[in-house]
Design a protein around this ligand. Sequence first.
Ligand SMILES: [Zn+2]
Length: 246
Amino acid sequence: MLKKNKHAYFFHNLPPDKVLAIFSDRTYNLGFYSTASQKLRAKRQSFLKPLGINFRNLVCTKQPHLNKIILIKENHKGKGSSNFKDAISGVDGLITKTKHLPLAVFSADCLSIFLFDPKNEAVGLLHAGWRGTYKKISQNAILKMQKIFGTNPNDLLVSFGPAIRKCCYEVGFKFRKYFSSDLIKRKNKLFLDLIEANLKQLINTGVKKKNIFDCKICTSCQNKRFFSYRREKEKAGRMMSLMMLK
Ligand SMILES: [Zn+2]
């Protein structure tokens, strides 16, 4: 269900003739951080050109690690494609029915979530950190797709991108305030299962478990291939997760 082509990983649980759903590895730092605009454009172009995508069409947001979802239309095309200041503010989730509009989120430990509604031909792409997860970003996205596109959660096909997982995501004991069942205690340390928390939100909102595919990549365990903010701190680059209706 996951295929690799050079530096891009493709999800094949989402129909490849209808939707492009991919993420990058650490070959290129594709996020806004620690990269000058000119270099950023060159890197994005190097990654996307072989995939037949013009990086200038990318729709990017500033990702405040919260739960706001926005409907993306043709007029958003290119927002944040070349620099941070033009990216859409205050948003961690993008949904659209517009074809040939590449949506992007950037991560280095946070979970990217890909949603595809095959009946209405609509997509959603989320950047789920712990705050967004606590504030129910997955549930918000589905409810918004339901309201705007008439999505039935039963039909949704979902993919989980790379993220830091319960093996490595140590958190402080204050997290007990936010999460009740997705914390694991090992040797007097606490670990958060960000994937399970989002999985539950999706299932509780009506998504079928069999329709959810997880790539199972831990960015911290596989730091040689992926960026991890926890491992590399400020030096960490960002992977791109990209979703586009064909
Ligand atoms: Zn790990």
